[in-house]
Design a protein around this ligand. Structure first.
Ligand code: NAP
Length: 320
């Protein structure tokens, strides 16, 4: 099979296309023929060797795939060959024509969800749901600011938040991104490349502030986010790429909190709820993964450049 492999940590050019043997499922494992693989920012950090988890070289990146079950180990009962599925983490990496995943990480893909949409489920949509439900504990009627709403996590957060009955604000930096965030459910959109967008957001709440911020770039925005909060407000840190100084008094004055999390640390109960919520969202149409770019496997280096560039408008996926 063709697969991307990383033999040394470095820039996008270390993503090389190789010919590898098709893996065989061991106990509890499922072999999936990959029809689409999701590209997520953390895979660029892992490629560079700067992520908290440093895999043993060489490795194939990627946790999100959608495809068809090719083979299963004798003890697997949840899926069978021919089933349409998506993965939530893999054993051998998803940037490949075939991937191995544990039975527990393989989930049914609804018939009317395409493979490229399925490749954008676990990391982006799972993160958006757990941020809103488990970490922010957002309630209907509250106001949420999705700070960075035009990418994979942000679009899903807008859709979930709207379905949960929140007042939804979203930001982007390009006209296309702003239009998409509005179309996908934001009541108000703001341009985060404008230095005064925080004041605009505060004005839009009549000076009260927002109840929840889902933050995609905390090292740039956290100090501002704290000043945008209403009483008992919560900032949920989803993305961060560096350090920032904050004034703790901004939290004290609002009885507010800032909380970070990683999707990898979700408990088994939370993981079950995330998959149930995604299945319901796909079924009732409130969760609609948006794919902005489909690239062949060999263009993984380009995908890694694109995902770090401004002007997001949904997910980037690799199609083997
Ligand atoms: P993505 O598809 O690349 O989208 C990035 C988003 O960040 C876009 O909406 C982009 O907007 C926005 N952005 C860029 N500059 C910004 C700024 N100055 N202020 C606010 N937003 C800004 O990435 P993603 O998949 O949505 O992931 C977003 C972040 O969350 C990444 O840092 C990722 O590593 C992290 N993440 C964390 C977890 C976790 O478990 N904690 C899970 C998934 C993702 P424009 O392009 O319109 O400027």
């Amino acid at each position: 099979m063709k697969a991307i492999q990383i033999h040394q940590f470095g820039g996008p050019e270390v993503l090389e296309l190789h010919e590898l043997p098709i893996p065989t499922p061991g106990p509890g494992q499922v072999l999936v023929k990959v029809r689409a693989a999701g590209v997520n920012p953390y895979e660029t950090y892992m490629r560079a060797g700067t992520y908290a988890i440093k895999p043993t070289l060489p490795f194939t990146p990627g946790s999100d795939a959608a495809g068809v079950v090719e083979a299963v180990a004798a003890d697997v009962t949840k899926v069978k060959p021919g089933d349409r599925v998506y993965t939530a983490t893999t054993v051998t990496g998803s940037y490949a024509e075939y991937t191995l995943a544990l039975e527990s990480a393989v989930h049914p893909l609804p018939a009317d969800t395409s493979f490229v949409q399925g490749a954008g489920l676990w990391v982006p949509c799972g993160t958006a749901f757990t941020a809103l439900r488990h970490h922010a504990q957002a309630r209907p009627g509250e106001t949420v600011l999705v700070h960075g709403a035009s990418g994979g996590v942000g679009i899903a957060a807008i859709q979930f938040a709207r379905a949960m009955g929140l007042q939804v604000f979203g930001t982007a930096s390009s006209p296309k991104g702003l239009d998409l965030v509005r179309e996908e459910g934001a009541h108000r959109v703001f341009d985060h490349s404008r230095p005064d967008h925080g004041e605009e957001i505060l004005r839009a709440t009549g000076g009260r502030g927002v109840d929840v911020v889902l933050e995609m770039l905390a090292n740039v925005n956290l100090a501002m986010d704290l000043k945008l909060l209403a009483m008992d407000g919560r900032v949920i840190i989803i993305g961060n790429r560096g350090e920032i100084a904050i004034n703790p008094r901004d939290l004290m004055a609002r009885r507010a909190s800032a909380k970070g999390f990683t999707l990898w640390a979700a408990t088994a109960a939370e993981t079950g709820e995330i998959h149930a919520a995604m299945a319901a969202g796909l079924e009732n149409g409130t969760l609609r993964p948006i794919v902005s770019k489909e690239l062949p496997l060999k263009d993984a280096p380009q995908a890694h450049k694109d995902i770090m560039a401004p002007g997001a408008s949904g997910k980037i996926v690799l199609v083997p």
